[in-house]
Design a protein around this ligand. Structure first.
Ligand SMILES: Cc1cc2nc3c(=O)[nH]c(=O)nc-3n(C[C@H](O)[C@H](O)[C@H](O)COP(=O)(O)OP(=O)(O)OC[C@H]3O[C@@H](n4cnc5c(N)ncnc54)[C@H](O)[C@@H]3O)c2cc1C
Length: 523
């Protein structure tokens, strides 16, 4: 019976090996056959615009990959379309949403988009803030949520992680095995976007960013083939993927380095803002950055609280050993002035879930970023600018605004050269750097212009001041950037040219550039 079933399948022209994708010509034939059978005229004849082309891709994928496709009006389409962090992303309206359950399905989908000339977006955790980043109007959204494999290697030194996982999924799986990975710090963020853009982790002082700790990427190329991309197989593409975002293929599995890890010491202290405290903590931050202790990480925040009508300082501190109140943070705590504290020994899942709670869904969001050389006085200048700009808009209903500083120590960047290096365009020779991020959320679209204008103004003023003080740096962190920022220019001319050359080599038809228009592009 099995033999006759296999004969029947092969007569239908379907491939039976799990890892065997179709070719572009085969998908072309299948779509032509689908059109003949369903009375749809040839692609390019009836297909006048993108929606028609994507309707054909959706109909074909719905019939080819059983149960994969949801259409406008269905409850599944609505539910999956609501699973984005920002309201700007949930507002997009794709013709259909496709949820592949295997890497071959991903390949079939990409080739179908090529044959029908249908634009698409790829979604992992859906935490990119701006419109079109991982959802698309009038195109197709490929949602990788079912590619959620998690499998630790026999020697416990690596874990295979599907892009359908959030970091919370990964930590909940690894914590009980006393293992961890260099990944995100907020549980609902996706493995896909964070890793391809860089990936700051509590453990970055020990091993670099997330992208520096991927042994192998399983990638669907623009020609539909499925390839293992690592330092040996495709060194140029391996370099490009470590910082190149969505420009080089769909990653269907990340093989991440694991390491033994028990509890860590982590949490937040909240203080009411005073200029004295701000000055003290800016210096503590700068000292911490210079000290470059691989075990110590910090996220340092100035935030305006509408409910209290006042500014607050939040110090998120993490120490990668189970050691309470480590000495390295002694200038970063003021026990007598703390309003609230969550610092404690906790698991990675616990730490990531705490930070998740302070980043709720259901708001319009904007992220902006810049980088500068370590300087407590520049931090004071920038926080003064931020307070000044936010004071103009702080009565906007439901506004939550934060200015965030994070150290990029030389301990972190010393790992950027591993396995041929990443493509981010800076390293430990740049000295300790400070990553600044603006994060503002609100609800009503009518306030978009005022919020964006305030954020834009802080970035512009802060950069002008930084360069005037000889403290400017061109790097713009892709994962925190606004759509208006020129991320890849910040990687340096040489790196950008190299990324473009690699793109021409592996994607001569410009699939990832033209058919997938969202997020940051290298051309
Ligand atoms: C609350 C919050 C907390 C954060 N915490 C951290 C942090 O601790 N460290 C840090 O470095 N950053 C952090 N970030 C930034 C985060 O890294 C970016 O927002 C990132 O883009 C989110 O990835 P995602 O998969 O969730 O998003 P998505 O919106 O799904 O994807 C982002 C982009 O990556 C592309 N992409 C995703 N997966 C793939 C894939 N498998 N193949 C090809 N392209 C793909 C998408 O097409 C999209 O263009 C945080 C962001 C938020 C909102």
């Amino acid at each position: 019976m099995w033999i006759s079933l296999l004969c029947f399948i092969s007569l239908l022209g379907l491939k039976v090996t799990a890892q065997q994708p179709f070719t572009l010509a085969e998908i072309e034939d299948q779509i032509a056959a689908y059109q003949r059978n369903h009375g749809v005229s040839a692609v390019g004849v009836s297909a006048a615009g993108p929606p028609v082309k994507c309707s054909l891709a959706c109909a074909f994928l719905n019939s080819t990959i059983s149960g994969s496709t949801s259409f406008r009006g269905s409850s599944r389409y609505k539910l999956d379309g609501s699973r984005y962090w920002s309201l700007q992303q949930t507002a997009s309206d794709p013709v259909c949403r496709v949820v592949p359950t295997s890497v071959v399905d991903v390949s079939t989908a990409i080739l179908s988009f090529r044959v029908t000339n249908c634009q698409f977006a790829i979604k992992s955790g859906g935490h990119a803030a701006f419109s079109g980043a991982s959802n698309i109007n009038g195109g197709v959204t490929l949602d990788l949520k079912q590619l959620n494999q998690l499998s630790v290697a026999g020697d416990r030194k690596q874990i295979a992680v599907g892009p359908g996982n959030s970091w919370g999924d990964v930590y909940s799986f690894l914590d009980p095995q006393s293992l961890s990975v260099i990944g995100g710090r907020v549980s609902d963020v996706g493995v896909g976007g964070l890793t391809l853009g860089g990936g700051i982790s509590f453990f970055s002082g020990h091993w670099g960013w997330a992208c520096d700790n991927v042994n192998n990427f399983q990638v669907v190329f623009a020609d539909g083939t499925i390839n293992d991309v690592n330092f040996k197989s495709f060194p140029d593409l391996y370099w490009a993927l470590r910082g190149g975002g969505n420009n080089f293929g769909v990653v269907t599995q990340f093989d991440l380095v694991t390491f033994p890890q028990s509890d860590l010491w982590a949490g937040s202290n909240i203080y009411l803002y005073t200029t004295d405290l701000a000055r003290q903590f800016n210096t503590a931050f700068s000292d911490l950055n210079i000290a470059a202790d691989p075990k110590a990480a910090a996220i340092f925040v100035y935030a305006y609280s509408q409910s209290f009508g006042s500014w607050a300082i939040v110090t998120d501190l993490q120490y990668t050993e189970p050691e309470p109140n480590p000495l390295i943070f002694q200038n970063f705590t003021q026990p007598s002035k703390v309003v609230a504290s969550t610092l404690r020994l906790t698991s990675m899942a616990g730490a990531a879930s705490e930070l998740n709670a302070s980043n709720p869904y259901g708001f319009r969001q904007t992220y902006w970023t810049m980088t500068f050389k370590n300087s407590p006085t520049l931090m004071s200048d920038i926080s003064a600018m931020f307070i000044e700009e936010i004071d103009q808009i702080k009565t906007i209903p439901d506004l939550v605004s934060s200015l965030v500083f994070q150290p990029i120590t030389t301990a972190i960047t010393s790992h950027f050269s591993k396995y041929g290096g990443n493509s981010l365009g800076f390293n430990d020779r740049d000295g300790p750097l400070t990553l600044m991020q603006i994060d503002i959320s609100w609800i009503d679209t009518q306030n978009d212009d005022r919020v964006m204008s305030a954020a834009r103004s802080v970035i512009s003023r802060a950069n002008t001041t930084a360069y005037a003080q000889n403290l400017g740096h061109p790097y713009i962190y892709q994962n925190y950037a606004s759509a208006e920022q020129n991320v890849f220019k910040g990687y340096g001319e040489q790196n950008l040219l190299k990324l473009q050359e690699i793109s021409r080599k592996y994607d001569p038809s410009r699939v990832w550039q033209d058919l997938q228009p969202g997020f940051f592009k290298i051309f």
